[in-house]
Design a protein around this ligand. Structure first.
Ligand code: SF4
Ligand code: SF4
Length: 127
């Protein structure tokens, strides 16, 4: 059985920082999966859920306004801070961060420590 690597981050203790990255890259396979998930044509899914960047060389997930970070992936639940299309999410979301440490999480923990506030940027919006 392959050995599981220890990880030093906890997504359940994070407000989905990585889902606010402005260039969450998609592939044609990701767009096909999104189209199937929503019962749309690939053309409609591509236009509705992604936008071109870098002169059209890449397509990235569209964002919408987010009260915590200003802007976040359109598929992020703004209250629960969780993905609303978990089974249909793009490949890059499945593999991120791909290392035992998550830079976003390290930054968040450092901020919470320096402010002496474990609720600084809460992982779940209350009230
Ligand atoms: S930023 Fe890191 S810890 Fe937070 S949800 Fe993304 S992968 Fe998980
Ligand atoms: S698809 Fe889901 S996991 Fe990927 S960035 Fe959007 S909300 Fe986050």
């Amino acid at each position: 059985m392959p050995k599981r690597l220890a990880t030093f981050f906890s997504c359940s203790n994070c407000p989905a920082f990585c889902c606010t990255y402005d260039q969450i890259e998609t592939t044609e396979a990701d767009i096909r999966r999104l189209a199937r998930h929503f019962g749309l044509t690939e053309q409609v899914a591509r236009r509705r859920f992604t936008k071109p960047v870098e002169g059209g060389a890449l397509r990235v997930l569209r964002h919408r306004r987010d009260e915590v970070f200003g802007s976040a992936c359109r598929f992020l639940d703004p209250e629960r801070r969780q993905c609303t299309i978990y089974d249909a999410r793009p490949r890059i979301c499945r593999s991120y961060p791909g290392t035992p440490r998550c830079g976003f999480y390290d930054f968040l923990m450092s901020e919470r420590r320096s402010q002496d506030d474990p609720e600084h940027v809460p992982s779940f919006r209350r009230g």
